[in-house]
Design a protein around this ligand. Structure first.
Ligand SMILES: Nc1ncnc2c1ncn2[C@@H]1O[C@H](COP(=O)(O)OP(=O)(O)OP(=O)(O)O)[C@@H](O)[C@H]1O
Length: 402
């Protein structure tokens, strides 16, 4: 790919992104992938979690209604046990509970959600058993004060959530209230309310059948943990045709420990790539988000110098690129390390100085002195803004002189 001759050469180049680098003073491109006993803080796949960002929730708030119903899957292959079982605590609100059945089992020959008014249907036990594969534990999606929630599929293919009341919690005197509740639910229908399909009340079974909502709860989205990539390097950053950077290779990634607890991951073996590895992580085996920040600092130096993090053929004092670059920067000679393919314009010089300043913070020996990735992104956006203003001024003065 041909490099642009300016630091922010393309309009679409965005300094956002996330992630970082690690360094290791050994062979240049070797990846440290040996085993570690370190476990993710959760059994959930961090990459899948990444997709469930808080931003997604808010974007969804401003997104037009879906045109295809997410609850109708006629392809039998799409009905699978849920991959994540949520364990909502039962500490929530106290449900009104129902009692002995005045209604019994209503048997319908065509209990299709498309053929009936939502909420009007009394389901049979046979239908509920069929929909939930006999309340198979693999279809359990949640637990609350009311009871257990299962994912299910009705005969017509509609995917539903089946809420089964706890038998122990069932109060014989509250049958009327259960009825009154389901009748109220049957009367309301709104895009932002979980659709109520029907219920079952028979002997000691109380079941409510509602729309299955697939993307987890707001709480789960808010609890999203940051990811430590652990192998930030230029060869793990892919570029689209518009030069939008996409971070790839989450093979070493870990969910960050809960920052409130102050906990860190402790590795038995350091992973990452030579030239990018955080020296503090190498020394202490303690992994935090700031290890990625260190690697990101190496990446920034790589970006402005065009050099590899380790240049084995260079003379000793230039071999570790970040060290060499930081020394030049400290002596006021930043311009000498600018990638020779880049022009020495005023805008490029300014961006170079500012990027090296940010890199020096990212490369701080102690993690507490490094900025967060969020801060890095903010600084990069402001560098980009200044760069673009100065570039425009450069072009203007050039055209005045020509
Ligand atoms: N319609 C649904 N679609 C997908 N998942 C659901 C649905 N309803 C509930 N769940 C899952 O099951 C969990 C427990 O559900 P819910 O809170 O409704 O149970 P509950 O017994 O009424 O709880 P409580 O009365 O304690 O609030 C939820 O946190 C969610 O993860």
């Amino acid at each position: 790919m041909k490099r642009s001759n300016s630091l922010f050469g393309r309009r679409n180049r965005s300094p956002g992104g996330v992630l970082t680098p690690d360094r290791f003073p050994h062979s240049p491109n070797s990846t440290y992938s040996s085993s570690s006993s370190q476990k993710p803080t959760s059994g959930r796949n961090p990459v899948k979690l990444a997709a469930k960002s808080v931003a997604g929730v808010f974007v969804a708030c401003f997104t037009p209604p879906e045109t295809t119903s997410s609850t109708n899957f006629h392809d039998p292959d799409t009905f699978k046990p849920p991959s994540v079982v949520s364990n909502a605590s039962g500490a929530g609100r106290e449900r009104r509970r129902s009692s002995s059945s005045n209604y019994g089992i209503y048997s319908s020959s065509n209990n299709s959600t498309q053929m009936r008014v939502p909420g009007s249907v009394k389901f049979t036990l046979a239908e509920i058993y069929q929909a939930t594969r006999n309340f198979s534990p693999s279809f359990k999606i949640g637990q609350g004060g009311f009871g257990t929630v299962y994912k299910g599929r009705l005969e017509d293919g509609t995917i539903v959530a089946v809420k089964r009341a706890k038998k122990s919690a069932y109060d014989k005197h509250l049958g009327v209230e259960f009825q009154s509740e389901v009748q109220t639910l049957a009367q309301v229908e709104h895009l932002n309310l979980v659709k109520f399909y029907g219920y079952l009340e028979h002997e000691d079974e109380r079941i409510v059948v509602v729309e299955y909502v697939p993307n987890g709860t707001l709480r789960e989205h808010l609890d999203y943990h940051p990811i430590i990539h652990r192998d930030i390097k230029s060869s793990n950053i892919l570029l689209t045709n518009n030069l939008r950077a996409k971070v790839a290779d989450f093979g070493f990634a870990r969910l960050a420990a809960d920052s409130d607890s102050g906990a860190t991951h402790v590795s038995t073996q350091v992973k990452g790539t030579a030239g990018y590895l955080d020296p503090e992580y190498m020394r202490t085996y303690q992994l935090t988000e700031k290890s990625d920040v260190y690697s990101f600092g190496v990446l920034l130096v790589e970006l402005v110098t065009g050099r590899r993090p380790i240049e084995p053929k260079s003379e000793l004092k230039e071999r570790i690129t970040a060290r060499w670059a930081m020394k030049k920067f400290a002596h006021g000679d930043a311009i000498l390390i600018l990638d020779p393919k880049l022009e020495r314009t005023a805008a490029n010089s300014l961006a170079l100085e500012k990027i090296l300043e940010l890199a020096s913070q990212c490369l701080a020996p102690h993690r507490q002195n490094r900025p967060t990735m969020k801060k890095c992104a903010e600084i990069l956006w402001s560098i980009r803004k200044d760069y673009r203003e100065l570039s425009a001024a450069d072009i203007h003065s050039l055209s005045l002189h020509s």
